[in-house]
Design a protein around this ligand. Structure first.
Ligand code: SAM
Length: 462
């Protein structure tokens, strides 16, 4: 696979670092510098429990310094499960005859978005199974993005639509960008070429280089917020992490900036896809915690996303170790959001199994009770703080106060418009605590925004 030097990765996997080498690397992480591949490989090799705990402590420190207590919340919106590929681990695979296919119309997409707006969501990840990369399908994605942005509920609108769709050409990516998307997200699934070829059995997705290159093409089209990730369970997680870091090095070298986010999906059972119930390399919970912590330390300024594939407990833990964005009350079925939340989606329409079914209100309450700020902020994208510009601001730590003001403003809006009384009370107590840490200038802006919210104004940000 292009840019991925398997031989080098395999030799890095042989490293057996001494304790003092690990201590030295952990000392370096305090400076918030990016780690080298070799340093990341050494951290991944650690097995000793005490040293692993030290890695966790360092990850907590870096997370806290760079991201503070903010946790960004988003919700996926599946618009289609019609797929042109057959991947052995996926419920949407074209050769899975049990899957009932659905492709939502713009009107249905708008309706789904309205349901999400009523629950308080502000950030959507629009997801489509891999349809052919035709111009007609690009037009479909664009209409879907438009429908999401058009939906409203009581003056509330979706602020940012990120997308996870099939790889496109540079020209097609340009059209998608013009529709106002935030991040373009695409997972390589596995960076190990032989495994990739074995598990992707038909369709355009069988070409691993076309998929890897999609990220380059997105950058060339001017989309400078890109999200990447491996599907964990297909091959050795240490190989995948190092290969992804190699991919990031390639992007940094070529475009001056790495991905905006990385995701760490772990494989889950999927209807009609036996492989997903028996993956060859399932990372244990221990491995999983460690790899998230090592990623946090390796690329401190890159957001880490965790989905509801993980349990509530695992997500709660990993938010402290480095995860900066989590999804809430997800459905992986097109048209899966219903006014009546008690109904369950049909299993033969969904992509895989989910393990955290808490509502947005429950997740917000849980974050607040742990002193964390549920954030619905999308200011950076709207202020053009993306790609290199985002990194320039994020690296010297200039973002901290901007982010706190924006996050607390979105939290107050949520509390006013959507939270149950008990959460509202706890949320305001948390806001009062955080106000104490703001500098005078930031506090002045926050107080103005808060007054405006009380007067009915929404969606102010710096
Ligand atoms: N455009 C996407 C694609 O490439 O298939 C469709 C959307 S899907 C949400 C995004 C990701 O879900 C895929 O890239 C894959 O990593 C992940 N996925 C597929 N099957 C899965 C399974 N059984 N368990 C967990 N994640 C899975």
């Amino acid at each position: 696979m292009k840019y991925i030097d398997e031989e080098k990765i395999n030799s890095l996997l042989e490293l057996n670092p001494a304790e003092d080498e690990i201590e030295k690397i952990l000392e370096k992480t305090k400076t918030l510098q990016r780690l080298t591949l070799e340093e990341s490989a050494k951290l991944l090799a650690v097995k000793d429990e005490i040293l692993v705990k030290k890695i966790y402590k360092s990850a907590e420190y870096v997370k806290d310094i760079i991201y503070g207590k903010r946790v960004v919340l988003f919700v996926p919106l599946y618009v289609s499960n019609t797929c042109a590929n057959s991947c052995v681990y996926c419920g949407f695979a074209a050769n899975n005859k049990t899957t009932v296919r659905k492709k939502l119309t713009p009107a249905q997409i708008k309706e789904q978005t309205e349901i999400l707006l009523k629950r308080g969501h502000k950030r959507v990840l629009m997801v489509a199974a891999e349809m052919a990369s035709s111009d007609a399908n690009v037009d479909y994605y664009i209409d879907a993005v438009k429908a999401i942005y058009e939906a409203q509920y009581n003056g509330n609108k979706i602020k940012r639509v990120n997308v996870n769709v099939a790889p496109l050409s540079v020209e097609q990516f340009k059209k998608l960008k013009a529709a106002g998307i935030g991040t373009y997200q695409i997972f390589q699934e596995t960076y190990h070429e032989a495994t990739y070829r074995k598990l992707h059995i038909s369709g355009a997705k069988t070409d691993p280089d076309n998929r890897l290159d999609a990220v380059d093409r997105a950058f060339k089209a001017g989309i400078d917020d890109v999200g990447i990730g491996p599907l964990l369970g297909l091959y050795d997680y240490r190989f995948e992490v190092l290969a992804m870091l190699m991919h990031i090095e390639h992007l940094e070298k070529t475009f001056g900036v790495g991905p905006h986010t990385i995701s760490v999906p772990r494989i889950e059972p999927a209807p009609g896809a036996d492989y997903a119930s028996n993956p060859e390399y399932p990372p244990s919970d221990e491995d999983f915690r460690k790899l998230v912590a090592v990623l946090r330390l390796s690329v401190p300024y890159t957001g880490i996303i965790m989905s509801t594939r993980e349990t509530a407990q695992m997500r709660d833990e990993l938010v402290n170790l480095g995860v900066s964005q989590i999804s809430a009350e997800s459905k992986v079925t097109p048209g899966g959001y219903e006014e009546d939340k008690s109904s369950h989606n049909k299993s033969n329409e969904r992509q895989f199994t989910l393990n955290d079914q808490r509502s947005l209100n429950e997740i917000a309450a849980s974050l607040i009770s742990r002193g964390l700020i549920p954030s619905f902020c999308a200011a950076c994208y709207r202020k053009n703080r993306t790609g290199e510009h985002f990194m320039d601001l994020a690296k010297p730590g200039d973002m901290k106060h901007i982010c706190d003001v924006n996050a607390l403003t979105t939290l107050k809006e949520y509390l006013e418009d959507f939270a149950e009384p008990e959460i509202k009370e706890k949320g305001y107590k948390l806001i009062d605590e955080y106000k104490k840490n703001l500098d005078a200038a930031s506090l002045k802006i926050l107080e103005k925004f808060f007054k405006d919210i009380d007067a009915g104004v929404r969606d102010e940000y710096v």
